[in-house]
Design a protein around this ligand. Structure first.
Ligand code: PRX
Length: 626
C-alpha cells in the first residue's frame, strides 16, 4: 500500500470507528484505573474521552520513564541570553518536580486549584507545569511577551491561588522585566490576590521578592528530597487553561482535559512528528503558546524523548545558532513558525549549510500561513521534508498535516496537506452553508465530537464554548474561523481568518483587544485596528484613532506605547494614524473590512450600509502618511 492509501485507511477508521481507533492509542499511556468507555458524547458538543479512567500527566511524562531512561536527558536548556547550557536527566527532573510539587502543597495548592505561570524560557517553567499537574492543580501559563493588563484579565478569569514568576528574563541581550509587570497587573485585578512565588535569577536591578512574596530558591531548599505521590485524576479533569484571542474583546480560557490530551499528543508524536523515545525534539516557540505546551513540554516528555528548551532569539549571536544546536545535540525533529524561517531566509542559506544537519529528519512549521516560496526555499535548503501543519490553541495538535511517522505523502508547497486523524473536516460556503467544491474558498468547519486533546470547554463558561464555536450553522459544527480551499487531490490551503483575529509572526491577537487598549487612553474617543499583510511577519497591526476634542492630544508614539504597556510589545501597532472619523455602518459599527481593504491598497467594493462614504477618503489620506 502506498503512503496515501495507508493514510486514507487509517483516517477513515478514525472517523467511522472512533472508539476503536482511540482505544488503541490509549495503550501508549499508563492508567491507574482503566477507562470504561472511550467516548461519551451524550451531551453534544461536549465530548468526554476515556470516561472513568484515572491517570496523571506528570507520572506519564516523568515517573514512567525512570526505569528505562532515568539517565537520559529530558530537558536540554540552552540560553544564549545568559550564556548557559544545562542538561537535566529524567531522574533529575523527577527530583526537581517532586520538590516543587511539595512546595506547592505546603502553599496550600490542591487538585483543581489554578496556578498562573508567568516565566521566561527556563527549566523551572517546565518544572512548575509538571509540578502542577502532578498534584491535579490547573496551570495557566501566560506568554512572557504579555504585559500588565493581559495578566490582570487572565488572573481575574482564572482566579489562581498562586502566581509563579521570575524577577526578569532577557531578550536580545536586554533585561526584560517580569515581576514589575506582574505587580502592575496585580494592582488591577478584581479577584482575591494570589500568593506570589518568585524565581530570582539575579537579573533585575531592584531586589525581588519583596515583603509578602516567597523566594523560590529558599523555599524549595526546605523540600529537598521530598516526594509527592501523583494525584490520580479522572480523565476529563482539567490539566490546564490557556488563554487565546478571539473576536470578542476578552481572551478565552481554552480548557484541556487530562486523558484525551495525553493520548492525542502521544499519537501525534508517533504518526505525525515521527518522534520516538530517545529522540531529540527542538520546538523553537515559547512555552506561553500552545506550540510550547504541546511540543516543548508535554508531547516530547510523554514520549520519553529529549526536549530542547531555548531562551534567546533565532538570529543571535548569529543566524546559525539554531542550526548549530541541531548539530551539537543531534536534533531529530525541529518545529518553528514560518516567520522564523522567513527571518533566517533573509540572512542566507549559507548559515544552514555551515552545519552537519544529518540528524535532522523533519522540519515542521505552524502557527500562520506558510507561503509557497518560503516552503520551497527551506525544503531545498534542508533537502526536505518540511511539513506545514495547521492547528489552533483550541485543538492542541494538528488538524491538517502530513505524516512523517506514518509515511510521508507527497508535499505540495504552501499546503498543510490533509486532515489529521479524528478530524472530520468540512468546507462550507459562508452564506449558504453548502459544501464547496474543489478550488473554492469556504469556511473550515469540523463535525463534532472533536477528537481527544482538543478543548473540552471554555474555562468557567460552557455557554461561550457552545455559542462561540458551534453556533454558525443549523447543524452544530465547530468553526475554526479560518477560510480554506482544497485542490483536485484533496490537499488543503489555508486562506486566513474569517474573523477579527490578527496573526503577527504566529502570535494570535484580537483587533478588539488592541482597540480597547487604545480607548483606555483618556484622549481617545474611538479606535479601529486591522491586520495588514506583511512580507516577514505575515501580518502587522495598523490602527486608526479618533481623539476626544477637549483634551490635550496624545502623540502617535504615546498611543502606540499604551498598547505595548497594556497588552505587550507584540501588540504594538506598526502604523498608527490620528484621523477625524472612521467608516461606519448606519447602525454605528466600524467597517474594519473596508479599512483593511484600503490599508492593503485594495478596492473596498460595494458598501451599501456605509453611513458616510467620505470617511473612506479619511482612511486613504491617512495611509499616505505611512
Ligand atoms: O489562522 C490559523 C493560523 O493560526 C490560528 C491559530 O493560532 P493559535 O491558536 O496561536 O495556534 C497555533 C497552533 C500552531 C489558526 O486559526 N494557523 C495556524 N497554523 C497555520 C495557520 N494558518 C495557516 N497555516 C498553518 N499551518
Amino acid at each position: 500500500m502506498n503512503n496515501r492509501a495507508n493514510y486514507e485507511a487509517i483516517y477513515r477508521r478514525s472517523i467511522t470507528d472512533r472508539s476503536g481507533f482511540w482505544q488503541e492509542q490509549a495503550a501508549f499511556i499508563d492508567w491507574a484505573t482503566p477507562f470504561d468507555q472511550v467516548l461519551d458524547y451524550s451531551r453534544p458538543p461536549f465530548a468526554r474521552w476515556f470516561v472513568n479512567g484515572t491517570t496523571n500527566i506528570c507520572y506519564n511524562a516523568v515517573d514512567r520513564h525512570l526505569a528505562e531512561r532515568g539517565d537520559q536527558t529530558a530537558i536540554l536548556w540552552v540560553s544564549t541570553e545568559v550564556d548557559c547550557r544545562q542538561q537535566i536527566s529524567y531522574r533529575q527532573l523527577y527530583r526537581q518536580v517532586n520538590e516543587m510539587a511539595s512546595l506547592l502543597v505546603e502553599l496550600g495548592i490542591g487538585a483543581g486549584d489554578r496556578v498562573l505561570i508567568y516565566l521566561p524560557m527556563i527549566p523551572e517553567a517546565i518544572i512548575a507545569m509538571l509540578a502542577c499537574v502532578r498534584i491535579g492543580a490547573v496551570h495557566s501559563v501566560v506568554f512572557g511577551g504579555f504585559a500588565a493588563l493581559a495578566l490582570a484579565s487572565r488572573i481575574d478569569d482564572a482566579s489562581p491561588k498562586l502566581v509563579i514568576t521570575a524577577d526578569a528574563g532577557m531578550r536580545g541581550g536586554k533585561v526584560a522585566p517580569y515581576k514589575p509587570l506582574l505587580d502592575a497587573g496585580l494592582a488591577a485585578v478584581t479577584v482575591a490576590k494570589p500568593k506570589v512565588l518568585v524565581i530570582n535569577r539575579g537579573l533585575a536591578s531592584e531586589p525581588h521578592p519583596i515583603a509578602g512574596e516567597i523566594d523560590y530558591h529558599q523555599a524549595v531548599a526546605r523540600h529537598a528530597g521530598q516526594e509527592v505521590a501523583p494525584v490520580w485524576v479522572e480523565s476529563s479533569h482539567p490539566s490546564y487553561i490557556l488563554y487565546t484571542s478571539g473576536t470578542t474583546g476578552k481572551p478565552k480560557g481554552i480548557q484541556r482535559d487530562t486523558g484525551g490530551h495525553m493520548v492525542a499528543l502521544r499519537m501525534s508524536m508517533r504518526y505525525i512528528y515521527g518522534v520516538e523515545p530517545g529522540d531529540v525534539m527542538f520546538a523553537g516557540s515559547d512555552i506561553g503558546w500552545v506550540v510550547g505546551h504541546s511540543y516543548i513540554v508535554y508531547a516530547p516528555l510523554l514520549t520519553g524523548a529529549t526536549t530542547l528548551l531555548y531562551e534567546g532569539l533565532p538570529i543571535r549571536p548569529d543566524p546559525g545558532i539554531w542550526w548549530s544546536l541541531v548539530a551539537d545535540y543531534k536534533v531529530n525533529c525541529l518545529f518553528t513558525s514560518p516567520t522564523a524561517i522567513r527571518l533566517l531566509k533573509k540572512t542566507g542559506v549559507e548559515w544552514i549549510h555551515k552545519y552537519d544537519l544529518s540528524s535532522l529528519r523533519t522540519l515542521f512549521l505552524a502557527g500562520e500561513p506558510l507561503d509557497k516560496e518560503t516552503h520551497r526555499w527551506v525544503n531545498e535548503a534542508l533537502h526536505g521534508p518540511v511539513i506545514d501543519n495547521y492547528w489552533q490553541t483550541e485543538t492542541g495538535w494538528p488538524i491538517l498535516t502530513n505524516f512523517a511517522g506514518l509515511g510521508l505523502m507527497d508535499l505540495k508547497f504552501g499546503s498543510p496537506t490533509l486532515p489529521s486523524f479524528g478530524y472530520e473536516t468540512l468546507l462550507l460556503n459562508g452564506v449558504t452553508g453548502e459544501p464547496v467544491g474543489a478550488h473554492t474558498k469556504g469556511s473550515l468547519m469540523i463535525r463534532p465530537p472533536l477528537p481527544p486533546g482538543c478543548m473540552t470547554t471554555v474555562w468557567n463558561n460552557d455557554q461561550a464554548f457552545v455559542n462561540t464555536y458551534f453556533s454558525r450553522y443549523q447543524e452544530p459544527l465547530y468553526a475554526t474561523f479560518d477560510y480554506a480551499l482544497y485542490d483536485e487531490d484533496g490537499y488543503f490551503f489555508i486562506m486566513g481568518r474569517d474573523d477579527d483575529v490578527i496573526n503577527v509572526a504566529g502570535h494570535r491577537l484580537g483587533t478588539r483587544e488592541v482597540e480597547e487598549a487604545l480607548c483606555s487612553h483618556p484622549g481617545v474617543a474611538e479606535a479601529a485596528a486591522v491586520g495588514i499583510k506583511d512580507d516577514l511577519k505575515g501580518q502587522e497591526i495598523e490602527a486608526f484613532v479618533v481623539l476626544m476634542s477637549h483634551t490635550t492630544p496624545p502623540t502617535v508614539e504615546e498611543l502606540k506605547n499604551v498598547v505595548a504597556r497594556q497588552i505587550g510589545g507584540i501588540a504594538k501597532p506598526k502604523y498608527l494614524h490620528i484621523v477625524s472619523s472612521l467608516p461606519k455602518t448606519r447602525s454605528g459599527k466600524v467597517i474594519r473590512r473596508a479599512i483593511l481593504a484600503i490599508a492593503e491598497g485594495r478596492d473596498p467594493g460595494e458598501l451599501p450600509t456605509i453611513e458616510d462614504s467620505k470617511t473612506l477618503e479619511v482612511i486613504r489620506d491617512a495611509i499616505r502618511e505611512r
